[in-house]
Design a protein around this ligand. Structure first.
Ligand code: GLY
Length: 583
């Protein structure tokens, strides 16, 4: 057993964040937790490919990063293999078969309010037993393994079982959560989540074990997909749902399937960008925005002149200039408006105009209204946006064979619904909150009721997750993604742009200032410490509403030199426990 002081020291190291890029020629894993990254790298060392590494890391995150790593949620995986073939696995949660489009409405047709995990008043679509979607993570990881893995399934799940059974030193981040839950959580499962055998929350540096989660993971190790969706685990989930008034049944679990889908793709400056297609809005919106940047560079680049009202540069705007931020915000405004109007689950909305949306012609149409000197106006009488969860997690993997995997997974809110089935040891998502909850009501008070993303039985809720791979001549050169709810698309977009257009190395691209505009509310969020006050004033003069925030995104990225194969990994300094680990 480790001495407590050594454990505390390791814990302190664990929480210090990753200030330096990691370089390696053989394999790289970047995730929100160092132990999980190390699990993934060991798999690569043992001969596993990037898919194997990603699966093992994802299961390890379900143990060491329970706020977002999960087996009770869902996500998306983007793969590019060494031959340049790209594909994706969609393991987004689905609405239970008993769900209906008005399930979160009160008798007057308003979005019902309920009590959240901390006794807070919140909307019913984001809290309580009915906010849980049918989990997809185990199905997705299993499908990825069946189609693209190379080591045995058991080998990939076992490290997570070991971490759950033997425990690991609780980081300061998790210990702070444990204290908060003990003091404030109103859900027994959450309140007791970090308890040790003695029935008290583990402290920073103490070894925290999860024997119930270990047992659940053993079922998954031994029975694969069926270990979660049939048998003991499924029976317990269904029984719990019946008892608590939830909707998920044995049939929901038995019928859940992860789906392999074509990625969406676009080109930018000689590179090919691959990302997640609907039911994530991430890939389509990011490619639309990259196309608009291309259009802006072509149509305005050489022709721009300095005027009294604004100052313009030729070609690409100077990085971090007022025009740079203005252009990004205007591009985001247009991309997010399209996202809201057009995107949903492709299995339910067959006419979704994805091909048109990612065409350069469409970008040119959208940019026809772009004024280089003045902010446009988003029409809030027509539309507004709901808050969505900012607690998701991303992992990037590259192997020595030339394969790369970009995987984002989520419980929606941090620790999801806060609910869990007694005896199973894992948290359930609250992903039903990502559907449009009030049909037909789209207003400035914060509701979206447009049809593509309304609740239907078996349907996947629209996501913003944007796991992305960029290739050059068929070879992956960037693997990246981020948590952050609706800000995800913009933080990934800006990081990719920083690398491709501004030639920043991956660490700089991740640390560089980020802004966020999502059409409505009509405002620019910006990282306060990274944008100069003078630029903020100029942007306000152009008509933008500027709102400072501490941080946007928590990116996990790898860049790969196509000549030498050298990989550079970087975990955003905003991730307290994250790490890039290579070998
Ligand atoms: N739960 C956040 C998202 O899927 O975008």
């Amino acid at each position: 057993m480790r001495s407590s002081s050594l454990v505390l020291l390791l814990c302190m190291l664990n929480v210090s964040g990753q200030a330096q890029a990691t370089r390696s020629g053989n394999g790289m894993v970047v995730s929100d937790n160092r132990l999980a990254s190390e699990v993934g790298v060991q798999i690569l060392r043992d001969g596993g490919n990037a898919v194997d590494g990603a699966i093992a890391t994802a299961f390890a995150l379900a143990v060491t990063h329970p706020q977002a790593g999960n087996i009770g949620g869902g996500g998306f995986l983007v793969l590019m293999d060494s031959a340049g073939n790209a594909t994706t696995i969609d393991f987004r949660e689905t609405a239970p078969l008993a769900a209906s489009e008005d399930m979160f409405l009160d008798a007057e047709g308003n979005l019902e309010r309920t009590t959240g995990p901390f006794g807070n008043s919140t909307t019913a679509n984001h809290a309580g037993i009915k906010s849980v979607g049918v989990p997809g993570s185990v199905a997705g990881l299993y499908l990825a393994h069946q189609k693209y893995g190379s080591l045995s399934w058991e080998r990939l799940v076992q490290p997570a079982i070991d971490l759950a059974e033997d425990g690991f030193a609780l980081t300061i981040t998790l210990a702070n959560h444990a204290d908060r839950f003990e003091a404030h959580a109103e859900i027994t499962f959450l309140e007791e989540f970090f308890n040790t055998e003695e029935g008290v929350p583990a402290k920073a540096g103490e070894v925290w074990c999860q024997p119930e989660l270990a047992k659940t993971l053993e079922e998954i190790r031994d029975h694969g997909h069926d270990g979660f969706y049939s048998g003991r685990v499924a029976r317990k989930i269904a029984r719990y749902m019946r008892k608590e008034g939830g909707l998920i049944t044995r049939e929901d679990l038995e019928s859940y399937r992860a789906v392999e889908r074509k990625p969406v793709s676009g080109s930018f400056g000689g590179y090919q960008v691959w990302s997640m297609a609907p039911p994530s809005s991430g890939g389509v919106t990011m490619i639309e925005m990259l196309n608009m940047i291309t259009v802006a560079g072509t149509t305005h680049g050489g022709a721009m002149t300095e005027t009294d009202s604004c100052s313009l540069e030729d070609g690409l705007p100077a990085y971090n200039s007022a025009y740079h931020v203005h252009l990004l915000a205007e591009v985001m405004r247009r991309g997010y408006a399209d996202r809201a109007f057009f995107l949903g689950d492709p299995d339910f909305y067959l006419e979704m105009p994805v091909i048109e949306m990612i065409s350069v012609d469409h970008a040119a149409e959208l940019m026809a209204t772009f004024d280089p000197c003045k902010a446009s106006v988003s029409d809030s009488s027509e539309f507004n946006q709901l808050h969505d969860g900012a607690n998701t997690t991303h992992l990037s993997v590259a192997d020595r064979f030339g394969n790369a995997v970009s995987l984002t997974t989520t419980l929606e809110h941090s620790y999801g619904s806060g609910l869990g089935v007694p005896g199973l040891g894992f948290l359930l998502n609250n992903e039903m909150g990502d559907f449009n909850p009030v049909p037909g009501v789209t207003n400035s008070a914060g509701l979206i009721g447009t049809p593509p993303n309304r609740i239907e039985p078996g349907k996947r809720m629209l996501s913003s997750m944007t796991p992305t791979i960029v290739s050059k001549d068929g070879v992956p050169v960037i693997v990246i993604g981020s948590p952050g709810g609706r800000t995800i698309i913009n933080t990934v977009f800006q990081s990719v742009l920083n690398m491709l257009a501004y030639e920043m190395p991956v660490d700089q691209a991740i640390e560089a200032v980020k802004i966020h505009h999502q059409w409505l509310p009509d405002r620019i969020l910006y990282e306060e410490e990274l944008l100069s006050p003078g630029i903020v004033v100029t942007l306000e003069e152009m008509g933008h509403t500027m709102v400072p925030v501490e941080n946007l995104g928590r990116l996990m990225g790898i860049s790969i030199d196509p000549e030498t194969g050298m990989m550079t990994g970087y975990s955003d300094s905003s991730s307290p426990d994250g790490a890039a680990v290579g070998y």
